[in-house]
Design a binder for this molecule. Structure first.
Ligand code: ZN
Length: 606
């Protein structure tokens, strides 16, 4: 029988894949009460029959572009994609809020984004590139993206005020500024995109190409920016380390830059995003070839490093990034339409609609490089799934990607269809036998991302976890299996029933408000007075729908609302030894100062 909309529910008899708790396909019941996983329920509790099916936690998307001014500009560039995929309002159950129609395509509209993520069994997603000055828009859009719990990474790697602190040798001030900025924008993590390169290009110069290129001042270099922000994220005790899009994205030979960037921050937790776009071998600017082996060997050997793959999938895409100089090059080389948004002082943005074709040699290489990273990864907890939606392909293509990972025969068939011109020396062309297991898929799509994000209640089914649960009907075709889950629960509410979206609860907001030395506000305010087009008092997004996640800095916990506190009971939701990451609670001592723990970063309430 079908269970109730929410409340208590026993999911009966499914094969549970919960790798965070060491459960690998064991047939057992999963019990839900009041939005959480519980150890047991009385015998008369309502049940959901999952016999013969596969049960996992809800999916967690660590890197996508779903809610920002950049995404809105992207939507305007692909009207045909939206028109070709009209999304009618779902038939929600009686008593549900009004269902919304929208558009799909490569950049679905807000409501459709939430509906479709849930329809794939995903219940958490992060927008990976939000300009701080536009963060208010992101939060408004996320408010209109139902079901999924969502957050935003805040762009900080080309920020003029940050550069001034670095130039002055004031790394600690830079760290306090980064903490203020994150809280002001309501972000979850610090994002670094092409450190220094965007600022230099915006200033009329050329993009940087190496870690020690000067960005205005010889003291401000990609290396210095990386060291500063990776260190800041670590010292501030942020749940997710700095999220880095390295220099030289998409350029032949860039794997050397990627490895140099990893070495520059060795020993610090750091997440390198869409690694596929940064794993091309050979000489910089020379001929294209795979550099996946070099990249993944480093990742395999360094437990403090994590990545998401940024897989390229054949079909339509929109390249959309704060890395404006890269998009300028793509626009010039492809002749495709584009837009360039120089967002205030903080960052940049370029967008070029694109299509990856099997018969195009570079696209085929990119497809192969992504699969090599997955298939050569020694630790799937640190090499997690993304297509950098919609850059390498849309999130709709995740089920197809899962099939490529799980089914070698299918993958080899696909390999025969692609242009082999640039695949010499590729591990994939040489033959990779690995097939991901269901547990490994659970790792790269939920348990791993949740752990890397420091989300102790997500990505697993231990007691105390959020009751975000996806139930899949088995199929020999994994793409089919993962594209149409039979049941999805979000926070204990049954949102997908018998494969149909039936409920659309409001999604939560995941954000942090790290403590910082209030002394830094004087300099920020002066900078706003001198250069800002927005008043300091009007900049911060103010209170958000949900309380911030707890941030523990220098061993001193910030204020933590009861609602965000992980339950003490239950399994080990966040075991860093398994993730291979250093203990997240071991931080370098941070200066105390007259810090404002959790206080609104500036005016607040706006
Ligand atoms: Zn991205």
């Amino acid at each position: 029988m079908t269970g109730p909309a929410s409340g208590r529910l026993r999911i009966v008899g499914g094969a549970v894949h919960d790798p965070a708790n060491g459960v690998d396909g064991e047939v057992r019941d999963v019990c839900v009460a009041d939005g959480r996983i519980v150890a047991s329920l009385p015998p008369d509790a309502p049940t959901l029959d999952a016999r013969g099916m596969v049960v996992m936690a809800g999916g967690v998307d660590i890197h996508a572009h779903v809610a920002s001014s950049a995404v809105n500009h992207g939507r305007r560039l692909v009207p045909a994609s939206a028109a070709g995929d009209p999304a009618r309002a779902p038939d929600l159950a009686a008593g549900e809020p009004l269902a919304r129609s929208g558009s799909g395509g490569v950049l679905p509209s807000t409501f459709t984004t939430g509906y479709r993520y849930a329809g794939l069994g995903y219940t958490t997603a992060f927008d990976a590139a939000v300009a701080p000055v536009m963060a208010r828009l992101t939060h408004a859009e996320l408010d209109d993206t139902p079901i999924v719990d969502a957050g935003a990474f805040i762009l900080a790697g080309n920020d003029e005020l940050l550069f001034r602190f670095i130039d002055a040798g004031e790394r600690e001030r830079a760290r306090e500024y980064a903490a203020w900025l994150l809280g002001a924008a309501g972000g979850y993590a610090l994002k670094i995109v092409n450190p220094g390169g965007v600022a230099r290009w915006k200033g009329g110069g050329r993009n940087v190409t190496a870690l020690d290129d000067a960005v205005g001042s010889s003291r401000v270099t990609p290396r210095a920016i990386l060291e500063c922000l990776v260190g800041a994220a670590d010292e501030l005790g942020l749940p997710h380390p700095a999220h880095v899009h390295a220099n030289n994205l998409g350029v032949p030979g860039n794997v050397e830059t990627t490895l140099a960037s990893m070495r520059a921050v060795a020993g610090r937790r750091c997440h390198f995003t869409h690694l596929q776009f940064h794993s091309y071998g050979g000489a910089l600017g020379g001929a294209w070839r795979s550099g996946a082996r070099e990249a993944i060997e480093y990742v395999n050997a360094h437990p403090e490093v994590s990545c998401d793959v940024g897989q390229v999938m054949f079909g339509p895409a929109v390249t959309i990034t704060a890395d404006a100089p890269v998009e300028y090059l793509l626009h010039k080389s492809s002749g495709r339409r584009w837009t360039n948004i120089d967002v205030e002082l903080e960052t940049g943005c370029g967008i070029v609609p694109y299509e990856y074709k099997e018969r195009a040699a570079v696209a085929a290489l990119q497809w192969a490089v992504g699969l090599e990273l997955f298939l050569l990864s020694a630790d799937p907890w640190r090499v997690v799934l993304s297509t950098d939606h919609p850059n390498g392909g849309t999130f709709h293509s995740y089920p197809e990607l899962i099939r490529l990972l799980m089914d070698r025969a299918y993958r080899d068939d696909q390999l025969k269809r692609v242009n082999p011109k640039l695949l010499a020396g590729s591990a994939l062309a040489d033959g990779l036998a690995r097939e991901y297991t269901l547990n490994e898929v659970a790792v790269v799509t939920r348990a791993g991302p949740a752990r890397l994000l420091g989300l102790s209640r997500k990505g697993h089914l231990g007691v105390g976890a959020d009751a975000d649960v996806t139930v899949y009907a088995r199929s020999a075709n994994q793409a089919e299996m993962f594209s149409t889950p039979r049941y999805v629960l979000k926070g204990g509410t049954l949102v997908v029933e018998e494969g149909t979206l039936r409920r659309a609860p409001v999604g939560g907001r995941l954000h942090v408000r790290p403590a910082y030395d209030r002394g830094v506000e004087r300099e920020v305010r002066r900078f706003f007075d001198d250069y800002g087009t927005v008043r300091f008092e009007n900049y911060a997004v103010g209170a958000l729908r949900d309380a911030p996640q707890a941030v523990e800095r220098g061993g001193v916990a910030g204020p933590e609302p009861a609602s965000s506190r992980p339950a003490a009971a239950g399994g080990p939701p966040h075991r860093d030894d398994r993730a291979g990451a250093p203990d997240a609670r071991h931080r370098n001592a941070a200066p105390r100062g007259d810090r404002a723990p959790g206080a609104p970063p500036s005016g607040g309430g706006r």
